[in-house]
Design a protein around this ligand. Structure first.
Ligand code: NAD
Ligand code: AHE
Ligand code: ZN
Length: 375
């Protein structure tokens, strides 16, 4: 198949908020600096749902969504030196070229090499997509587009992993779990003995709980409007729970009282700007740090009284938990293989690609953490 167009099955998003259509697409061969990957497993993240909803300013239609996956390299384009056919890989929406200003800064994981192309659904080499249906182009998504049996990605977006790792589990290391763990270890740098509040107990929030427990936090307060999440969150390290619906007062007041002035760290893992404010204002004066992890829709803005920051609270955000993808994802795979981090516990469902719309419905209804699709 090397050098030839591949026809395969994919789930195509034609319009906002409409079910994906399973159909045959054509996947062109990889060009310079590109790699064609056979996707073996992909999971769904809330961000796929967000972009499908039409609220993502970077969401283009028709497109192939999906950014939490694992697969095997089918072929490589010119000038690809570090990846070869047969390698087991995790496509990463945060690239790592190791050469750009961002990569060499030592301060961020936000590589600048391919971001301008991935934000507009094309490949960098010729600013065009590699996907077609009956000759009509289909946009890429986040530089990954994993809801397809084959995808084309930039070589700087591929983490090469231990071939012994089970792809139907480590696919989760493409987004949600590294994001939650990294928010704790890299962004907030949670210390032992501290108090933590986690808003939203989906996969990302649970990974924050898992990370906070590992970091030695003394209290981990889980907050969710879906009380069915609480039992599960206990297993990931949460020590107490609050349902905002049980209180008539702003939830930040409840938390400040419960924690003698506020928490040391809070994490917003929902994408709701009102909750982002509550999360900041739940922090203790002087040093409390709040990390925005959730993604909010186009047009949404955050606000608070500047006095909140004047008095020492810190507002931060994180993308992919601050992890450098090609360097850190293989290490996270090894951590899983050494039973140092959970993955299996986040997988509540397994489906065939044909049933991907059902997986979207469950995620939206709050009935699943991660659904893994078997291509
Ligand atoms: P999810 O849908 O599995 O979980 C969201 C949780 O929030 C659910 O348990 C839901 O019941 C809860 N919730 C919703 N509204 C609430 C409210 N008002 N108060 C309290 N709880 C509420 O989603 P996920 O896959 O865990 O993703 C979480 C968020 O993180 C999304 O916004 C996603 O786009 C974002 N995300 C960001 C990054 C990043 O790099 N920054 C990476 C992955 C995901
Ligand atoms: N196009 C979106 C951007 C949303 C966003 O912030 N994405 C996160 C990752 S979410 C993964 O589930 C991120 O890492 N952003 C950094 C980047 O470079 O995109 C919007 O709302 O505009
Ligand atoms: Zn994601």
């Amino acid at each position: 198949t090397q050098g030839k167009t591949i026809t395969c099955k994919a789930a195509v998003a034609y319009e906002p908020s409409k079910p994906l259509q399973i159909e045959n697409i054509q996947v062109a061969p990889p060009k310079r600096g590109e790699v064609r990957v056979k996707i073996v497993n992909t999971a769904l993240c809330h961000t796929d749902f967000y972009t499908l909803s039409g609220k993502d300013p970077e969401g283009l239609f028709p497109c192939i969504l999906g950014h939490e996956a694992a697969g095997i390299v089918e072929s490589v384009g010119e000038d690809v030196t570090e990846i070869k056919p047969g390698d087991h890989v995790i496509p990463c929406y945060q690239a790592e070229c190791r050469e750009c200003k961002a990569c060499t800064s030592g301060k961020t994981n936000l590589c600048g090499k391919v971001r301008s192309a991935t934000g507009v659904g094309v490949m960098l080499a010729d600013k065009k997509p590699r996907f077609f249906v009956n000759g009509k182009p289909i946009y890429h998504f986040m530089g990954t587009s994993t809801f397809s049996e084959y995808t084309v990605v930039h070589d700087v977006s591929l983490a090469k992993i231990n071939p012994a790792a089970p792809l139907d589990k480590v696919c989760l290391l493409g987004c949600g779990i590294p994001t939650g763990l990294g928010a704790v270890f890299n962004t907030a740098k949670v210390e032992p003995g501290t108090t933590v509040a986690v808003f939203g107990l989906g996969t990302v929030g649970l990974a924050v709980c898992e990370g906070a427990k590992k970091a030695g936090a003394r209290r981990i307060i889980g907050i969710d409007t879906n009380v069915s999440k609480f039992d599960l969150a206990k297993e990931f390290g949460a020590t107490e729970f609050i349902n905002p619906k049980d209180h008539d007062r702003p939830i930040q007041q409840v938390i400040v009282e419960l924690t003698d002035g506020g928490v040391d760290y809070s994490f917003e893992c929902i994408g709701n700007v009102n909750v982002m404010r509550a999360a900041l204002e739940s922090c203790i004066k002087g040093w409390g740090t709040s990390v925005i992890v959730g993604v909010a829709a186009a047009g949404e803005e955050i606000s608070t009284r500047p006095f909140q920051l004047v008095t020492g609270r810190v507002w931060k955000g994180t993308a992919f938990g601050g992890y450098k993808s090609r360097t850190d994802v293989p290490k996270l795979v090894d951590s899983y293989m050494n039973q140092e981090i959970k993955l299996d516990e986040y997988i509540t469902h397994n489906f065939k690609l044909d049933d991907i719309n059902h997986a979207f419905e469950l995620l939206e209804a709050g009935k699943c953490l991660r659904a893994v699709i078997h291509m």
